[in-house]
Design a protein around this ligand. Sequence first.
Ligand SMILES: Nc1ncnc2c1ncn2[C@@H]1O[C@H](COP(=O)(O)OP(=O)(O)OP(=O)(O)O)[C@@H](O)[C@H]1O
Length: 344
Amino acid sequence: MSYLTIANVSATYGAMTILDGIELSIGQGEMHILLGPSGCGKTTLLRSIAGLTAPSGGEIRLGDRRIDNLPPKERGIAMVFQHYALFPNMTVRQNLAFGLEQKRLSRAEVARKVDATLAMVALEQRADMRPHQLSGGQRQRVALARALVLEPALLLLDEPLSALDAQIRKRLRDELKRIQRESGLTSILVTHDQDEALTLGDRVSVMNAGRIAQTGTPREIYHRPDSLFVAGFIGDGNLLTPDEIERLTGIRTSGSAIIQPQDLRFESVNGATATMAPAPDGEIHVQGVVTDVSLSGPTIRYLVEAKGLTLKVEAPNRYDSAELSTGTTVRLALRKGDIHVVPN
Ligand SMILES: Nc1ncnc2c1ncn2[C@@H]1O[C@H](COP(=O)(O)OP(=O)(O)OP(=O)(O)O)[C@@H](O)[C@H]1O
């Protein structure tokens, strides 16, 4: 059942249409990701939900209330931005308590909620420090805690991790997922980082030029993109035209198709069989030559020239697996079922 319902929401700046009839339903407790290229309207949609931007049309409902005609304060929504806006002269504890004190809760109640939230974000040890004594990642956790402590009906996160360096970002991403699950808070997170979207999201909406191109689970978005835009934006797959697919595999498809790099397998190398497994039925074999090799953490990425096409191929980067050098002749194997035709 839909908890947040966005119906035909549009927004304009002057003569420019920024959001064009957005339709979106989000379930209670869901972590929903808005993903898309710069300028596609992600932040404008988030601000429209929060009440910081007035949509030019449409309706937004949260629970059983219509909220698009309410002032921001009455919507029960908390927002965390890319750059934490903490009070610099207050301690962590005071930063968290501030919003609760505004609501005129008793001192005991404020202390109880602040302590519980500090424990949730693992900052009990930092309660009496001021923001300048904390790392970037810790400060962003305080910003998150300050939103959580208010127990909002909806949490909006606008690129909350993008100002952090890669390592902290990854750690905080895992932590954010845990905190969101534990708190059960319905959340919408904006990002232009597809790894972040696919790791964090229960469902993901890919936006393009003020519209939602596709909404689905991370697996659906990754394996079954339903447009060339989503196929091109997500992952790093081999997106081929029908003519190219036919040249490569002998199969005629009804439209362009995507083949993921990890679905192409080295079947033989320099004429010698590379795998012990027998070739299953319905496998297609293609001869090619390795033209580029690069290591990418857990995978080795190859470019293989085959039938005049350059294919991306990915293999696990195991310590004991031999890395193929450029110029090596290989035979690639591919299952028919791994050629995914993109509908439009
Ligand atoms: N206050 C404003 N006045 C005029 N145009 C604006 C204003 N705010 C945003 N825009 C325009 O609206 C479009 C969408 O902006 P928005 O910030 O929603 O995009 P975004 O998808 O969040 O992008 P990014 O990932 O770069 O933050 C952009 O073309 C932007 O130039």
